[in-house]
Design a protein around this ligand. Sequence first.
Ligand SMILES: C[S@@+](CC[C@H](N)C(=O)[O-])C[C@H]1O[C@@H](n2cnc3c(N)ncnc32)[C@H](O)[C@@H]1O
Length: 284
Amino acid sequence: MRKDKPSRTALKVALVIVTLGAKPGMGTLLPPGIAQASQDVLLASGAVGPRTIRWAATRQAVSVYEAFDWMLPGQFEAFAHRKAFFERQVREGIAAGATQILVLGAGYDTLGWRLAPEFAEVRFFEIDHPATARLKSKGIACLGKRKNLCLIAEDLGKRRLVDVLRESASWNQNARTVILAEGLVMYLLPEAVASLFRQCAEMVSEGSRFAFSYIPTGVDGRLDAGRWTRLMLWLQTVVGEPWTWSVRPEELDLFLKSVGWEQAPELEGASGKQGVEFYAVAAK
Ligand SMILES: C[S@@+](CC[C@H](N)C(=O)[O-])C[C@H]1O[C@@H](n2cnc3c(N)ncnc32)[C@H](O)[C@@H]1O
């Protein structure tokens, strides 16, 4: 990806959430307050201007995204399911005793910022590329910092996660943790994905969870994003954030075991597919 520039895909996800907030019927699916918080973070960070935000929150924008569903059926609404899935994992994880949340490749995601005041005893950490993380930090500083939310600007392709977390005074390696990698692992190389899972396993206690979304590998052994896979792969490459990792859902368990985790399908809502992505939860 273009490491010196803020992530375009992170911006796209946040803008889609703003637009989903303008789509009738989404109120019951989207986590409460997420559309407004996404607007606020994007504006305060300067990622986009007020005109873009105003347009993103219109019914016309909804129609434009819906028109693109011919290419990736269900993908527009899938972002609402995705946000709901990850927030549910965090809330359930906290209810089950987690005291630490780590959001990898957080982009402009607002979960940490929204949930930190509600769960004052839980520590929230976010990591993203410096170009994106610094912009977001600026936005969070304008909106009001949370004392239990720590934003870390690091390129995980350059520095090992274990070193980054060990440097953070408030990270507790013995805490039950929920790790989120939402829309992240498809952008990493295979060896980086395996290493990331292993390092995460090293940095958290037993009883921790790792929730992530991934693109499946198709029958031909290539990444499968549906009928328009080739076009999608090309578009991702053009924006400078190519998809480079996928896994066969039936081989996920084996992969997770090889990197220190167990697939946890028994956790409520722990697997399934929306749009082009599968969701999964691993347990340690
Ligand atoms: C598709 S965006 C998803 C953002 C967020 N998780 C969401 O769903 O709203 C992918 C994010 O991963 C981040 N990312 C990709 N590779 C990374 C790396 N090597 N180190 C840190 N962040 C990375 C990008 O900067 C971007 O913010």
